[in-house]
Design a protein around this ligand. Structure first.
Ligand SMILES: [Mg+2]
Length: 391
């Protein structure tokens, strides 16, 4: 890390979380209106980050926020000094981490005998915890000439692999589907409460449908994209700009990638997707609002909850007019009727017609005869015979 901090003026980044209301506290023994918070002061690479979470948030939530702030992927984050012994596991609730005594800073004004009162969040901060974050940001890894390229999607791939929910539903009939599991729905509400104010690059257009596009291995071969010796045009999936320009006529476009915002922006610029004259990206989402669920087989993986978007623009987008295109079907496990799983684009083959096939589907879905995308079986999307909307 060089000493010139990439964020010159704010030495202190503040991210607040938690306080997600009744849904978030359902498993807690506390009443809903007295959610307690934990403040973290995180020393990282010469700066101080301030993060605040509810006691019923988990370590994975903390790591996701730190990822967004520092670009250090959760799997390589070391939270130094947070506990005395073993580091807390990702599903440990923040309120039950056995903090090291040296990490705790008591709040003097909180008299021990004081009854709980419905005050502002700051008054309910239970403890303040200081620790140090160690880890290498993704961008630095990519430039390591000897290093093997590792990033979120690849790391997770090795841990979980993709999970074909379409096939699983037969095998695991007794399991509660992820989109109906109350535990997941509680997590969803927390994510919506915390992250629905994401920034918008181009305002949504009335009357358009919504295309949610994955980035890594969906619209580009990420390994190639990150190879300094290879031009970005080689990494882009063939026909990418034509695809986006054609899709944009009927769809607002969101790019949702399991990476940190900082890195996502670099990739989009490299791919020539910002400032194009034939299409606009409406908004982008990074890993921060993704959350982890447990698949019927017991494996954990993260999902991209479309509800986060629908709740923000209920008059514009919903399950009836949203399609999520991704090379990993597990990313859509929480919205199984809206996910269109496509072939991963790896090793940058020059002949690839997947985006043309997706465009045909987008035109079919945009045809006036389709009033609800969920009526189309997207699991077999290549076999769909619907009429295409003409320009
Ligand atoms: Mg992908």
């Amino acid at each position: 890390m060089d000493t010139a901090d990439p964020a010159p003026e704010p030495a202190l980044a503040v991210i607040e979380g938690g306080g997600s209301g009744p849904a978030g506290a359902a498993s807690s023994s506390q009443p809903d209106d007295s959610l307690a918070y934990v403040s973290f002061a995180v020393k990282y690479s010469g700066s101080m980050l301030s993060v605040r979470l509810g006691e019923d948030d988990c370590v994975a939530d903390l790591k996701a926020i730190l990822y967004s702030l520092t670009d250090v992927p959760p799997a390589s984050q070391k939270l130094l000094g947070i506990t005395r012994g073993k580091p807390p596991s990702d599903d440990t609730l923040v309120g039950s981490i056995p903090f090291a005594p040296s990490a705790l800073k008591p709040r003097p004004q909180n008299a021990p005998g004081q009854p709980q009162e419905p005050a502002g969040p700051a008054a309910t901060d239970k403890v303040q915890v200081s620790f140090m974050l160690l880890g290498t940001p993704e961008a630095d890894r990519f430039q390591d000439p000897s290093g093997t390229i590792k990033f979120a999607e690849d790391l997770e791939d090795r841990l979980a692999g993709d999970i074909d929910y379409a096939q699983q539903q037969e095998a695991v009939k007794t399991a509660v589907p992820p989109d109906q599991d109350p535990k997941n729905l509680r997590k969803l509400e927390k994510v919506i409460a915390r992250f629905s104010n994401f920034s918008v690059m181009n305002e949504p257009r009335a009357g358009k449908r919504l295309l949610v596009l994955d980035l890594d291995y969906t619209i580009a071969d990420t390994k190639r994209l990150l190879d300094p010796a290879s031009p970005a045009s080689v990494a882009a999936r063939p026909g990418l700009h034509d695809f986006l320009a054609a899709a944009y006529r009927d769809y607002d476009i969101c790019v949702w990638s399991q990476t940190s915002w900082r890195w996502l922006e670099v990739k989009l610029i490299e791919l020539g997707m910002i400032g194009h004259d034939q299409f606009n990206i409406s908004f982008v989402l990074d890993r921060t609002p993704m959350f982890s669920i447990t698949a019927p087989g017991g494996k954990k993986h993260e999902v991209k909850p479309l509800e986060l978007i629908w709740r923000r623009w209920p008059d514009l987008y919903g399950p009836h007019n949203t399609i999520h295109v991704d090379d990993l079907s597990r990313n859509g496990a929480i919205n199984p009727k809206n996910i269109c799983k496509i072939r991963a684009y790896k090793d940058a083959p020059r002949f690839d017609t997947e985006l043309q096939a997706v465009l045909k589907l987008l035109r079919q879905l945009a045809h006036p005869s389709i009033t609800d995308f969920r009526d189309v079986d997207l699991k077999a999307w290549k076999h769909f015979q619907g009429a295409e909307k003409q320009d």
